[in-house]
Design a protein around this ligand. Structure first.
Ligand SMILES: Cc1ncc(COP(=O)(O)O)c(C=O)c1O
Length: 387
């Protein structure tokens, strides 16, 4: 995966990560990996492009979509999590499901608890939909990220929260919530009659020795009030295909979804379903290799950054949440590194409370590109410190 890399070829890509990087800028911003997708997925996409692009075989019966059973099998095999295929719905993207479910199940003004900092589209969604964010601060501890469970219980109760959005593994911190934390969240949700959206899109990129536990697998009480979101888009680098699944454990949400006109939310393309299915069925070897590459890259980031940029190794995925406060910059770190290092990162403040002074680096790229990015960031930081 780290063999030959031609940056000029990467710059010709149409995906947003490179297409909007800017001349001479190296992109470490949007969460796409630079790696090619599994060969089996390429074969399926080629087969379609070669002339098999008719209406999908499940067009008249969405309940025949192969992803329902495939997702149920995957949850059983990986996590011992029993999923009813009939409760699996297929949508185009996680943010779409989040918005649909919030629209159906909450009202403007309702309070929604979210760990912060958080993935910016969640903040935008809450703002546009007029839902009230109740931030649950993530805390950088000695052994990794955590949060204050008692404080969460109190904030949820005091604000009369209607729902909680859990992002596990967490973006941007890379924290993988452990069983105790998840049990506490489930207990808070049940006690306060919360409805839960559990975004588990980064789960299959959980690094050893951490283990992903689907929230809804904890027991029937929490499963009954949870919508679990997942897809192959982060794991297998297929985000442009636009396909995800939602396991809707909450019968009220199922009833609300089933009452909508069937085409209201659009439908996923046949190719995205076939690619997801193929990745899930045949992508194990590719995934094992990719995860190894990511661990190597993560360690390189840890070794290469100057000590003034603090970085807790993420327990999952390929995003490094860089604490740049030690640099004492007088601007947003992402803006600083774009200007002085020609490296594009995501801006910490865009992640809401707890984001000031931080920037997010995507390290899922080829080794020479990552080395160059880290060298540019390190040099710019050093020059600033020597000023
Ligand atoms: C936590 C999280 N949720 C959702 C998404 C986006 O998913 P989708 O493209 O399916 O909307 C991302 C993408 O980076 C993410 O990190």
């Amino acid at each position: 995966m780290n063999d030959l890399v031609d940056i000029d070829v990467l710059r010709q890509r149409v995906g947003i990560k490179w297409a909007q990087a800017g001349a001479d800028v190296l992109p470490g911003w949007i969460a796409d990996m630079d790696f090619p997708v599994p060969d089996q997925v390429r074969a399926v996409l080629r087969h379609g492009a070669d002339g098999d692009l008719g209406y999908p075989a499940w067009d008249d019966r969405p309940d025949r979509n192969p992803l329902q059973q495939a997702f149920a099998d995957r949850m059983r095999d990986r996590y011992d999590f029993t999923v009813d295929p009939g409760a699996v719905y297929v949508f185009t993207e996680l943010i779409q499901v989040l918005q649909i479910v919030l629209q159906l199940m909450t009202r403007p003004g309702d309070a929604i608890a979210v760990h912060t900092p958080t993935y910016p589209p969640f903040l935008k969604t809450l703002e546009v939909m007029g839902r009230r964010l109740v931030p649950i601060p993530m805390i950088a501890g000695e052994h990794g990220w955590t949060f204050d469970i008692e404080q969460m219980a109190e904030d949820v109760r005091r604000n009369g929260c209607r729902a909680v959005i859990l992002v596990n593994p967490n973006n941007p911190t890379g924290h993988v919530f452990d069983r105790d934390e998840l049990s506490a969240i489930a207990e808070i949700a049940c006690r306060n009659d919360l409805f839960v959206i559990s975004d588990e899109i980064h789960s299959e990129l959980t690094h050893e020795p951490y283990r992903h536990i689907p929230l809804a697998s904890l027991g029937p009480e929490i499963a009954r009030r949870t919508v679990t979101l997942n897809s192959a888009s982060k794991t297998f680098n297929l985000a442009g295909l636009r396909c995800c699944v939602a396991h809707v454990g909450d019968s009220r949400v199922r009833a609300a979804l089933d009452a909508q006109p069937p085409q209201l939310y659009g439908q996923v393309s046949a190719l995205s379903v076939l690619a997801t299915h193929t990745a899930w069925q045949e992508g194990a070897e590719w995934l094992a290799r990719t995860r190894q590459t990511l661990i190597g890259n993560r360690d390189l980031v840890a070794d290469a950054l100057p000590p003034e940029i603090r970085f807790l190794r993420p327990a999952a995925s390929y995003l490094a949440w860089l604490d740049c406060r030690g640099l004492e910059l007088d601007q947003d770190p992402a803006a600083f590194f774009l200007e002085h290092a020609k490296v594009r990162l995501l801006s910490g403040p865009d992640f809401g409370p707890g984001g000031a002074g931080f920037a997010r680096l995507n390290f899922a790229t080829f080794r020479p590109v990552l080395e160059e990015m880290l060298s540019r960031v390190g040099n710019a930081a050093q020059q600033h410190l020597n000023r």
